[in-house]
Design a protein around this ligand. Structure first.
Ligand code: PMV
Length: 359
């Protein structure tokens, strides 16, 4: 693994001031990443749909400073100074400083906002950290104009990964693989890569409705969750299974076998939760309404022949996945039926998207 390629050599620090703004999305994993070794190396490869509507918009103002011994930044979230979020970002900067030495040269003012409600149970680390990574890469490009777009995407994903593994999958879209895998050409443990093969039209503009079942703080932080896999009795088998599932889903996405897609995606969601149920300490992250929704989806599928299915993150919310051609029908089903099981009837209609956008 060649991390040295991400350490910049020739930088021209003539720039005194600059501001960049990026919009980057959240993503939803189909094959889940759960378990890692240091530094943020996944135990298995994962694949996700990049989302479109659930995103973070972040601006960073860079102003050249004279004292270059420390990393100095201020953080605003939705217009307000947010001291509480600073330690996580400080830790992120500390992890990437070797690769972005220019962060010592500038005072940084970070201003961020999410398109989705804060504390909605939708992880904002993927969109948040990928947005910061893209702003840093815009500065790096100005300090070294020779950088190619491919390198910028790769390094942004590499940097985002060091903050939060799944953030590596939020730079490009609509499908991104992170983790070295023999079936995916160019795949790497260091950064996410766009799924390199043509997908069947049924999987284009795939729909994801996020049902907000429980908007509370995460019951298990990602750090604690990933660590539980170190002592887990079924961990090794799980990592093998995930990699096998990735080989299968790669074929399925190309062939358009939607029944096989549904089977793998739902099994992956339940397996992620099974890992938490069977770890020690153990956690139940689903709520009664998570199960109600799953049963309603299964019933609807059985009764109508719909290709609706679900996946889950490490929480109680349900992601409902379906092809674009069923949008009208299933959106109706969500509004009329499934929304009754959501907190304050809240849900977000989203679909697969194309990744980071410069604003
Ligand atoms: O990126 P992290 O460390 O927050 O881990 C996220 C893991 C899951 O969201 C549960 C699964 C995944 O692959 O996104």
């Amino acid at each position: 693994m060649n991390t040295a390629q991400f350490i910049p050599s020739a930088l021209n620090f003539s720039i005194e001031k600059a501001t960049y703004t990026w919009q980057t999305p959240s993503n939803i994993a189909l094959i889940k990443y759960w378990g890692k070794s240091k530094p943020q190396i996944p135990k298995n490869a994962s694949i996700s749909f990049t989302l479109n509507n659930c995103h973070t918009i972040t601006s960073i103002d860079f102003s050249k400073k004279s004292n270059t011994s420390e990393i100095i930044f201020e953080l605003f979230f939705e217009g307000e100074k947010k001291e509480a979020f600073k330690p996580k970002i400080a830790q992120f900067f500390d992890r990437i400083k070797e690769y972005c030495p220019y962060i010592f040269e500038y005072d940084m003012v970070i201003d961020s906002m999410n398109s989705f409600p804060h504390s909605s149970g939708i992880a904002s680390s993927a969109s948040g950290l990928s947005a910061i990574a893209m702003c840093l890469m815009s500065l790096e490009k100005e300090l070294n104009p020779n950088l190619t777009e491919k390198f910028i995407h790769q390094k942004a994903s590499f940097l985002a990964r060091l903050g939060s593994g799944s953030a590596s999958r939020s730079i490009e879209g609509p499908l991104v693989v992170w983790g070295e895998h023999p079936a995916i050409e160019g795949s790497s443990d260091l950064f996410g890569v766009k799924f390199p093969y043509a997908i069947h039209p049924i999987f284009e503009n795939y729909q994801d409705a996020i049902l907000l079942v429980d908007k509370g703080e995460k019951q298990v932080s990602s750090t604690v969750g990933h660590n539980l896999m170190h002592m887990h009795p079924y961990a090794d088998q799980r990592f093998i299974q995930a990699n096998e599932n990735l080989s299968k889903i790669s074929e399925i996405l190309q062939r358009g076998d939607i029944d096989a897609f549904i089977n793998i995606v739902e099994s992956e969601a339940l397996t992620l939760h099974a890992m938490m149920l069977t770890s020690n300490p153990y956690f139940i992250l689903m709520k009664p309404n998570t199960l109600e929704i799953i049963h309603k989806i299964w019933k609807f599928r059985e009764e109508t022949g719909s290709k609706i299915c679900f996946t889950l993150d490490a929480g109680a919310n349900v992601h409902v996945l379906y092809p674009e051609q069923e949008k009208e029908n299933i959106n109706n089903f969500i509004v009329k039926m499934l929304s009754n099981y959501c907190q304050k009837k809240q849900y977000i209609f989203d679909n697969s998207g194309f990744g980071a956008k410069k604003l």
